[in-house]
Write a protein that binds this ligand. Structure first.
Ligand SMILES: NC(=O)c1ccc[n+]([C@@H]2O[C@H](COP(=O)([O-])OP(=O)(O)OC[C@H]3O[C@@H](n4cnc5c(N)ncnc54)[C@H](O)[C@@H]3O)[C@@H](O)[C@H]2O)c1
Length: 253
């Protein structure tokens, strides 16, 4: 039996893409999956599919950047399920593709609000609950290869994802003594609705991206999900404060 069996795990941005695939994998391992997202119909579909496969999941309409909404969700989940064991802070949005001169303050604030403040808010609420429980925990946030290297044309997204990596290291150090592990996963190019939006679903742009990747393909969302599942499980019990690239070898070049 998996050590994630019956564990209560929050997944933000679980309605589609990487979050949805990870929710399926966690449910396969026996976790009780709590999905928080803004896309209600897609969230309901994720839950229905998990239940149809014999898993346990529920959906909540929550904006990850709203502190009151996130703390209310964590309190409600802890009260009904007896605590919170793990979390995948994954909700995110793409930014504009433009050099900094063409990035408006509104664009900057929109991206920072979800991709950085959202992770801060979730970490804060989750840690608060885990400290109260005194039984440790594991948290993974989605950064990106854009959190590890510079990417021209993605200033706000790049800054937010570097921020997620910094938050991960610091919060991991702050709570290691409580046995709360905090890591980040840094995906490369993953087959999700976001990738289609960023590439305008253009075959030519896709081929250019694939050309940069040593493994010569984009990844399926489940390939991130398996890494996240590992980091949330006891199999990674000595791993904390890390930002792990899952990128087909891209940034090793
Ligand atoms: N697809 C890639 O190639 C790639 C690469 C690196 C990192 N990422 C990161 O992976 C994460 C997941 O992205 P994805 O590719 O699965 O895209 P996606 O658009 O399929 O999924 C993102 C999910 O987050 C939700 N979301 C957005 N804002 C929210 C908010 N304020 N509150 C709650 N939920 C919100 C969306 O509704 C959506 O369901 C993001 O953090 C993204 O930056 C993706």
């Amino acid at each position: 039996m998996s050590d994630l069996d019956k564990k209560i795990v929050l997944v933000t941005g679980g309605s589609t893409g990487i979050g949805r695939a990870t929710a399926h994998i966690l449910a396969r391992e026996g976790a009780v999956v709590i999905i928080a997202d803004l896309q209600d119909a897609e969230g309901a579909k994720t839950v229905d599919d998990i239940r149809a496969a014999g898993g346990t999941a529920e959906y909540h309409h929550v904006d990850v950047a709203e502190y009151d909404q996130v703390t209310a969700l964590v309190a409600d989940v802890a009260a009904r399920h007896g605590g919170l064991d793990g979390a995948f802070n994954n909700a995110g949005i793409e930014g504009p593709t433009a050099k900094i001169q063409a990035v408006s303050l509104d664009d900057w604030q929109r991206v920072i609000r979800v991709n950085l403040t959202g992770v801060f808010v979730c970490l804060k609420a989750e840690i608060e609950q885990m400290v109260k429980q005194s039984r440790g925990g594991s948290i993974v946030s989605t950064a990106s290869v854009a959190g590890l290297i510079g990417l021209p044309g993605a200033a706000s997204y790049n800054a937010a994802k570097h921020g997620v990596v910094g938050l991960t290291k610091t919060v991991a150090l702050e709570y290691a003594s409580r046995n709360i592990r905090v890591n980040a996963v840094c995906p490369g190019f993953i087959e999700t609705p976001m990738l289609n939006r960023v590439t305008d679903a253009s075959a030519k742009i896709r081929e250019q991206l694939i050309g940069q990747v040593p493994l010569k393909r984009v990844a399926q969302p489940s390939e991130i999900g398996e890494m996240v599942c590992f980091l949330l499980s006891e199999k990674s019990s000595y791993v904390t404060g890390q930002a792990l690239a899952v990128d087909g070898g891209w940034i090793a070049q």
